[in-house]
Design a protein around this ligand. Sequence first.
Ligand SMILES: [Zn+2]
Length: 192
Amino acid sequence: MAVFIHESAYVDEGARIGEGTKIWHFCHVMGKAVIGESCSLGQNVFVGNNVTIGNGVKIQNNVSVYEGVILEDHVFCGPSMVFTNVRIPRSAFPRNSSEDYLRTLVRKGATIGANATILCGATVGEWALVAAGAVVVKDVPPYALVAGVPARRLGTVCECGETLAERSGKAACRHCGREYIISEDGKVERLS
Ligand SMILES: [Zn+2]
């Protein structure tokens, strides 16, 4: 499958883009970015140097993926969500080299809702779901549903995204049937 790059997008020389990936209007991908296969970059998406994006990642309109951010396979970035890469930005004390940037890791299958903000240094766990408008200031556990400012855990979600009814113990998704064990401390293990 061919790569599609809309004529209004700038993809700098050296950028690596996997098969089947689509890059839509007004995007800018810098030269040291690595983007996997079958991804979609909506309108006005920026991808910085040394950013790694896995396969099957969907990035909606108006998202800047700054240096320091890693998106694993099948991550979903909702429209206008925000990443940062400097903990304490100061115009008078520039922190704008690679060593200044904190790492933000979004693990496999995670979803970040529209207009949410992920402060740099945080890890969003596998299959976690960050609600629209949330501000994530610390790590989000795998399969957690978090919402609010600052983001707090409201529950647990299935890989398919449906909320699991049980707070702890064995839980089956009403939507897809996947089964999990949720421990008292919120750790989630998939059974089937
Ligand atoms: Zn499910």
